[in-house]
Ligand binder design. Structure first.
Ligand code: ADP
Length: 351
């Protein structure tokens, strides 16, 4: 208006009285105020609508995600039943069949079956975590038994690959701790298996240390050192991502899904633990896991080694460890095949 007044003074109408000027100004102010108010309200309305749509979309996404997880959890559960039947009946073939070729095929079915089962279990674990349904169950457990079991499993795999396997367990480690033994074993087995998988020659070392420096938070610390292929520095940040695998070209022949470390990390988070890695590409890696544990029996486990006690399990000469012709076992299962597997596996014991 000032601009028009300056350039075209003739176009202006002059007020006669001062009061008219004030009234006019007042109306202008009101008009502008109303216009601004309406505009703001309009914008707020748009904003509100967008927020509502956004919220609905997010809820929809959550719904899809959770139904997907439910689906995976359900499917994994369903898939496990037939796999168990396959593994169980295949076990009977290995036990009962004398023909070398058949036993060899059956041994391959066993390896593949177990791999499939562990993959399905991993997916089940992952969907449980996503649904926040994963739980940690703490109980007292025997530390020697747990590490012995791990050593037995890894020693066989290391031997098959001609790798040396060293074990060094702190003699001050309490005999019994309180924690979720099954999940701790799962995490440790995963990093130990990885060490064997990703090492072509050299050695695997497991170091177990009991740290009581903080009496409020006593720590079980396990390091697994390998002389394997190592991990590039830039890849370390993605190590715990789901389905991430590195050096795909070189590792093509190595079985894996890229789920193990992701699950381990989530399990450790739930147990208030930590995992860290130190690696030099082409030279080797050290994975360290730290988990707070309570002490159930502080008696130190002592010096006795773990490798000497280890025994090799073979199918070459399967023999039932007991016979109990008088014994009866009631097995309840809604799946007929499972019942068959159980009765077949028990057949030799005459139960
Ligand atoms: P997976 O072994 O099934 O592929 P993981 O989640 O256990 O899955 O490991 C993710 C990736 O991290 C592996 O594919 C491998 O590339 C790398 N990795 C893990 N452990 C080691 C190791 N000890 N040495 C070298 N690379 C490793």
């Amino acid at each position: 208006v000032y601009g028009i007044g300056y350039h075209f003074p003739d176009a202006l109408t002059y007020f006669d009285k001062r009061s008219e000027i004030f009234t006019d100004s007042l109306f202008s102010l009101l008009a502008v105020g109303l216009a601004l108010g309406a505009l703001t309200k309009f914008q707020l309305k748009i904003y509100d609508e967008e927020r509502k749509i956004n919220k609905e979309q997010q809820e929809e996404l959550k719904r899809i995600n959770s139904s997907q997880n439910n689906f995976f959890a359900g499917m994994s559960h369903e898939i496990r039943t037939p796999i168990n039947t396959i593994i169980g009946l295949n076990e009977m073939i290995i036990r009962e069949n004398q023909d070398e070729k058949t036993r060899e095929y059956a041994a391959h079915i066993q390896v593949a079956g177990k791999l499939l089962l562990s993959l399905v279990n991993d997916i089940l674990d992952l969907s449980r975590m996503e649904m926040k349904r994963m739980e940690i169950f703490s109980e007292r457990y025997d530390t020697r038994d747990m590490f012995q079991e791990l050593v037995d499993m890894i020693q066989i795999r290391a031997m098959e690959k001609n790798l040396k396997f060293f074990v060094d367990v702190d003699s001050n480690l309490p005999s019994e701790l309180v924690g979720d033994e099954r999940r701790i074993k799962q995490v440790l087995l995963n990093i130990l298996t990885n060490a064997v998988k990703y090492t072509k020659e050299g050695s695997i070392t497991m170091l177990v240390n009991w740290d009581e420096t903080n009496p409020e938070k006593k720590l079980l610390r396990v390091s697994v050192v390998d002389t394997g292929i190592g991990i590039r520095k830039e890849n370390i940040q993605y190590l715990y991502d789901v389905f991430k695998r590195f050096d795909e070209k070189n590792n093509m022949k190595i079985e894996g899904s890229g789920l193990g470390l992701a699950i381990s990390k989530s399990l450790l988070d739930l147990m208030d633990g930590e995992i860290s890695v130190d690696s030099i590409y082409t030279k080797g890696s050290t994975f360290t896991v730290v988990i707070p544990q309570q002490v159930a029996d502080a008696t130190p486990i002592g010096e006795e080694g773990f490798l000497e006690n280890s025994h090799k399990i073979t199918y070459e000469n399967y023999r039932q460890s007991f016979e109990a012709p008088e014994a009866k076992i009631l097995v309840v299962d809604d799946n007929e095949m499972n019942a068959l597997v159980v009765s077949k596996l028990l057949e030799a014991t005459k139960v």
